[in-house]
Design a protein around this ligand. Structure first.
Ligand code: PMP
Length: 291
């Protein structure tokens, strides 16, 4: 599938994947100082494209640098890279945008390096295309750090070392993905997705005060309250709260909205409320829904 990306957009030019090389003494490679976005395209339309592009620019500003493109230029780049790779006929297309500091510099602080930007588009099937059953999650020992250790609103490459460790921690137990606590011991999120629970017909999700307030999370809160008429609460959630939930699901641009059947041995069902939310989300984004 990754071969479906033959061309890549770099700094305003479309080049072949093989031509996109960069120096091993690159600052961002050494220190994780890059910001990125993951978006999905459904038959050529990127869901919440502007929101993703605004977040990309804001992530960089939070980290103290400026990406020299307008939202309109980013929107055009996204459309162009989907088009040149012939990806307008699919609902499993993923876009990865990344902005990084260029030049050759091993200084830890590098405020004046040039900023580069690239767009990749490829077919990358999601759980919906691949999994017959809800996810099996496992608790990981790694925790989301406090907001004064890292600006959590920035979707920055460096902090994904924590996400990688979480995944590797639970993959060896055979789980599909991890659930993390935060630095206080409250439920936080998954390594690349937010988490929700339903109990007594009320939808709960942790307050996004030390992790990414996902675009899918915000979309699901809106769908649940406006379309489905559910009571929604952003609140502190403990491990015991989540273990007493009726239904659990995860949200993210890459994973969409997908149900969970287990967290470390504790079982959950995918009930009607989760199914309604999943259906509404897939309809909204324009996915091919297999009824
Ligand atoms: N948390 C983390 C750590 C993520 O990487 C993602 C994916 N971007 C999310 C949550 C969900 O964010 P979104 O819905 O904006 O994709």
């Amino acid at each position: 599938y990754q071969n479906s990306s033959r061309y890549i957009w770099v700094d305003g030019k479309i080049i072949s994947l093989e031509q996109a090389n960069f120096h091993v003494m690159n600052h961002s490679l050494h220190y994780g100082n890059a910001v990125f976005e993951g978006e999905r395209s459904y038959y050529g339309n990127v869901f919440a494209m502007e929101d993703h592009h605004k977040r990309l620019l804001r992530s960089a500003e939070i980290l103290g640098y400026h990406i020299p493109y307008t939202i309109e230029e980013l929107n055009k780049a996204a459309k162009d890279i989907i088009y040149v790779n012939d990806l307008t006929d699919y609902d499993d297309v993923y876009l990865r945008l990344i902005a990084w500091k260029g030049g050759i510099s091993l200084g830890i602080s590098a405020p004046s390096l040039p900023i580069h930007l690239s767009f990749i588009a490829m077919r990358w099937p999601t759980y919906r295309h691949q999994k017959r059953n809800p996810l099996r999650l496992g608790w990981t020992k790694w925790v989301r750090p406090p907001p004064n250790s890292f600006p959590h609103e920035a979707k920055a490459a460096g902090q994904y070392i924590i996400s990688s460790l979480c995944r590797e921690d639970v993959f060896k137990e055979g789980y599909d993905d991890a659930v993390m606590m935060d630095y206080r011991g409250y439920v936080a999120e998954c390594p690349g997705a937010n988490i929700f629970m339903i109990k007594n017909k009320v939808l709960y999700t942790p307050i996004a005060d030390c992790f990414l307030n996902g675009i899918t999370r915000q979309t699901v809160l809106k769908i649940a309250s406006e379309n489905i008429g559910l009571e929604c609460k952003e609140t502190v959630i403990t491990k015991e709260d989540i273990e007493s939930a009726d239904e659990i699901f995860v949200t993210g641009s890459a994973v969409e909205v997908f149900p969970v059947q287990e967290i470390s041995g504790k079982m959950f069902s995918c009930g009607k409320i989760s199914k309604d939310i999943i259906y509404s989300y897939l309809k909204l984004v324009g996915a091919n829904i297999i009824e």
